[in-house]
Design a protein. Structure first.
Length: 76
């Protein structure tokens, strides 16, 4: 793959093998995640429906020992 200029951004072209394995088509959303200093992972982005299903699975269910500390959460 080669990084190319696309307007004010940079772009890469995905090899046909990656497109085929992920079942991608034009307009699909993907996520590219850094997996080390010189590696990355390309994966299909979850659909809105998939994200909602994951959230519904945990609705109102927190571990019994869960404790939220606002001050600790906002420490920098």
């Amino acid at each position: 793959m080669q990084v190319s200029k696309w307007g004010n951004s940079l772009a890469i072209r995905l090899p046909a093998a990656v497109v085929e394995v992920l079942g991608l088509k034009a307009g699909d959303d993907i996520e590219i995640v850094a997996a080390g200093d010189e590696k990355f992972i390309v994966q299909r982005a979850p659909t809105d429906r998939e994200v909602l299903e994951r959230l519904r699975k945990y609705r109102g269910r927190l571990p019994p020992d869960f404790k939220f500390d606002r001050l600790e959460a906002n420490e920098r």
